[in-house]
Design a protein around this ligand. Structure first.
Ligand code: CTP
Ligand code: CA
Length: 230
């Protein structure tokens, strides 16, 4: 192998990765969005392709990132579009990784025309409605040993540590692996570093040292291969 080449240990695996943040339209020019850059999902896709996987990347809104080499990229905008594209790609996939920041809510209705401010009407109130939980749906319809990986960004608070919240979310979500990012001031969003925990449904817990998103991606794929060979 070429110096520095990665092992082709994911050869033959069909993987689907979602990345970036969804946007929920309010009117023709406005949306509710989030700060996800998509960098972690893109790193997961790039590393998986380097290790030989057949990769479909479902990209919502991201920073201006180049398509990872050797992957098929499908672009979506809203949570509902991401949902449809993910279920379609997940049919027959061996691994699905939900690293996208999916909006939990969308405006209950989308205005046909730009919302205007006027002095003779009260200021508008935005009513929100729940989006479907794509990860929960994937877990529910998972078949043939498909591995479903979730992501969670957590902070410690008066109810427990980052790890406590991660363990509770893993149980609640029922996925095979949960990547828990510890979010403290300025960490995880729009930066190059990550730290947290990799929690597996069998109780395996590995800390994720502070490192690059490529290193975290490598740790996630190592954990996936551990689940496959269990
Ligand atoms: N997720 C999803 N569909 C949604 C919301 C989240 O598939 N509508 C996925 C995310 O991609 C992530 C995982 O669920 O992999 C956890 O997301 P998170 O926002 O941490 O969990 P929630 O259940 O939305 O809980 P919270 O109230 O803490 O936001
Ligand atoms: Ca959420």
């Amino acid at each position: 192998a070429a110096p520095g080449a990665l092992p082709r240990d994911l050869a033959g695996l069909r993987v689907v990765i979602t990345a970036g943040g969804t946007r929920e339209p309010l009117d023709p020019v406005r949306f509710l969005g989030n700060r996800s850059s998509g960098k972690q999902g893109y790193a997961l896709a790039r590393v998986a392709a380097q290790r030989g996987a057949d990769v479909t990347l479902i990209a919502a809104h991201t920073a201006d990132l180049p398509d990872p080499a050797g992957t098929v990229v499908r672009r979506v905008s809203t949570a509902e579009e991401l949902r449809v594209a993910t279920h379609e790609a997940a049919a027959g996939a061996d691994v699905v990784v939900m690293s996208a920041a999916v909006a939990d809510f969308r405006p209950a209705s989308q205005a046909e025309f730009k919302i205007k401010k006027t002095d003779d009407h009260p200021d508008p109130v935005i009513e929100l409605t729940r989006n479907a939980d794509i990860l929960a749906e994937l877990v529910k319809k998972r078949a043939g040993g498909q591995i479903v990986v979730g992501f969670a960004a957590e902070t410690g608070d008066e109810h427990g540590s980052v790890l406590d919240h991660g363990r509770a979310k893993l149980r609640r979500k029922g996925c095979d692996l949960l990547v828990v990012n510890a979010v403290s001031e300025g960490r995880a969003f729009e930066v190059e570093e990550n730290a947290g925990w990799l929690l597996a449904a069998d109780g395996t817990e590995r800390p994720i040292p502070l490192g690059s998103k490529a290193q975290l991606a490598a740790a996630v794929w190592d954990a996936v291969t551990a689940v496959i060979h269990r």
